[in-house]
Design a protein around this ligand. Structure first.
Ligand SMILES: Cc1cc2nc3c(=O)[nH]c(=O)nc-3n(C[C@H](O)[C@H](O)[C@H](O)COP(=O)(O)OP(=O)(O)OC[C@H]3O[C@@H](n4cnc5c(N)ncnc54)[C@H](O)[C@@H]3O)c2cc1C
Length: 552
């Protein structure tokens, strides 16, 4: 080109963050895993980490978000088909997640399988988060299905198999299956007692009591799953049902997809509104105890909300660090500017603390029969879901700002930061929004009563950090009394926040370097901190914290 006609050269722009290993470059995750699973083989994580950071998989993630799912209610002859068509990249992603055993597989394995799976789930989130919706639901549903032995016998092997098989055929012909859930109706999502869908007994079958369902669900994500757990009213009260999409004789069940939601983010995943016009469904668990039954599943999807958000936070911090390490302004790389160091270090602390808390919660699911871990599941599930998800949106906004204007631009799906930002609020809303989590924590504390086994368990959980930092000791001193007296609903969020911060600090003490623990305690627990990221005190060890988090 004629040099007089050229307007500019592209200079001082960062490169895409791709073809890197999201596992080996994540010190916080590796150190937490070394703590929870010492001596475990790292090779499978390294292989997954390389795949999750590869340009080829990132291209699938982009395409699956740009070419969003399309609903076909009828074929061109007017017959109902109730089918959602996905881009091939969606299938490639979901096949990879199932291949990695992130769905029902851990239930077929022994100790450690849930922590391993949690790490894989976080790494996959760094690639693409929305396709993990049916993966998470399939993981969560598997133990709840045990309450129907006939269904469990026919479905378990396929829920845990690592083969992806999207064909709409009866379970007997499938290599692998996925499952979703339908609870939320128009008149109530948090308050499930408001459900109006009705179930009428039809006949006894090898899968137990078959019912017919009439009603609707206002949100039912991933409607191409092979089956769903749903709630419906019976004469005995609200009950839980197993609802397959294709019936054993090969006909489509009467699940009519009305439309797909037009969502802020979560673009690659389809979320539908459905009506049941006499759909066949089989009871799971005791009639009238549907909420308890389905919440067994909800507890696990809440774990995944915390894990998924921690993964997205790590991805956002990696992108911010990668960019600021290259971009120059006012004579220095951004990462060298003192105030930007404060922002980046603060984000890195938040991300590491989220990773620590989410993985700790996953460990509680690995020890199903340990009474201490049962208490930790009960308390830390709402705490982690509440706190990690609340911090996610805030962190994403600040990480986006580190990229300046480019952070806000989509550019045909290349704008991964914009995708992360749009995804973040979802984990906080679905599976029990923030207030519901705080109220759930209060319920857990109240149930254990005075002189309280939860307070004792939390004290044991926090013990390894006692005496290690004055701010920590001061912060946790009042917790037992607050737990004992937990009754005021208006205090629910504060209590959830403070339990989260205390447990995060105790974990950082055990598997992060001292400079991370010190900065976390001083800012989050000691109050030497502002109301925005980038307000750590000047004496903070900015450089080591940033170096630890750098994704290369
Ligand atoms: C993209 C997407 C996909 C979804 N997929 C599914 C799905 O597959 N299956 C499914 O069943 N659902 C699904 N949902 C629904 C989701 O779980 C609900 O939206 C959520 O549980 C909240 O219910 P709601 O929308 O009825 O809001 P409400 O229950 O009306 O709650 C509104 C607000 O009030 C608060 N609140 C409620 N009760 C109290 C109280 N007692 N005290 C203080 N505050 C309170 C809540 O915290 C919330 O902030 C999906 C939602 C989204 C956005």
């Amino acid at each position: 080109m004629n040099t007089f006609a050229s307007t500019h050269e592209v200079d001082n722009q960062s490169t895409p963050l791709c073809d890197y290993n999201v596992y080996t470059t994540n010190r916080a995750l590796r150190d937490a895993l070394a703590f929870h699973l010492p001596g475990a083989d790292e090779a499978p994580r390294q292989a997954l980490g390389a795949s999750m950071g590869s340009a080829a998989m990132q291209q699938h993630a982009r395409l699956a978000n740009v070419h969003t799912p399309q609903l076909h209610t009828h074929d061109r002859f007017g017959r109902r088909v109730d089918s959602v068509e996905f881009h091939p990249s969606y299938h490639a992603l979901i096949g990879a997640a199932i291949g990695a055993g992130l769905h029902g597989t851990p239930w077929a394995h022994g100790a450690g399988a849930h922590v391993e799976r949690a790490a894989g789930f976080m790494m996959f989130t760094e690639l693409e988060s929305s396709v993990l919706c049916p993966i998470s639901m399939t993981y969560a549903v598997t133990p709840a299905l045990r309450s129907n032995a006939g269904v469990f016998g026919d479905w378990f092997g396929k829920l845990s198999n690592t083969a992806y098989d999207p064909r709409p055929v009866p379970v007997a012909q499938k290599a692998g299956v996925t499952m979703g859930m339908g609870m939320t109706e128009k008149q109530g999502g948090s308050d499930l007692r408001a459900n109006t869908t009705r179930a009428e007994f039809a006949e006894d079958t090898p899968w137990g009591r078959r019912h017919t369902l009439v009603g609707h669900k206002w949100f039912m994500s991933a409607p191409m799953c092979d089956a769903f757990l749903v709630l419906a009213q019976t004469p005995g009260g609200l009950s839980c049902f197993f609802l397959p999409r294709v019936l054993p004789d090969g006909t489509l069940n009467a699940i009519h997809i009305q439309r797909l939601k037009d969502k802020l983010g979560n673009k690659a995943n389809a979320s539908s509104e459905v009506e049941f016009t006499g759909a066949s469904a089989w009871g799971v668990g005791e009639e009238g105890r549907g909420v308890q039954q389905i919440l067994e599943m909800g507890t696990l999807t809440r774990l995944d909300c915390a894990l998924g958000t921690a993964g997205l936070m790590r991805q956002a911090v990696s992108l911010a660090l990668h960019h600021t390490a290259q971009r120059k302004a006012f004579g220095k790389r951004l990462v060298e500017q003192p105030l930007m160091k404060n922002v980046l270090a603060d984000l890195a602390l938040e991300s590491e603390a989220a990773t620590a808390l989410a993985l700790r919660l996953a460990r509680a699911f690995d020890r199903q029969h340990d009474p201490f871990e049962a208490l930790m599941r009960r308390v830390l599930t709402p705490v982690a879901k509440f706190w990690v998800c609340k911090r996610g949106s805030h962190l994403a906004q600040e990480a986006m700002e580190c990229l300046g204007g480019n952070g806000y631009v989509e550019e045909g799906g290349e704008g991964v930061m914009a995708r992360i930002y749009r995804e973040m609020p979802l984990n906080s809303i679905w599976e029990g929004a923030g207030n519901i989590m705080a109220l759930d924590l209060l319920r857990a504390l109240r149930r254990s009563g005075k002189g309280n086994d939860v307070a004792d368990a939390l004290a044991a959980e926090l013990a390894p950090a006692r005496g290690a930092h004055a701010a920590f000791d001061r912060f946790v001193a009042t917790l037992p009394q607050r737990i004992d007296e937990a009754s005021d609903e208006t205090d629910g969020r504060r209590l959830a926040q403070d339990v989260a911060l205390a447990v995060q600090a105790a974990l950082l003490r055990q598997h992060a370097p001292d400079f991370v623990f010190e900065a976390f305690c001083r800012s989050r627990l000691g109050g030497d901190w502002g109301h925005a990221f980038g307000t750590l005190p000047p004496a903070t060890a900015f450089d080591p914290i940033i170096a630890r988090a750098m994704p290369h």
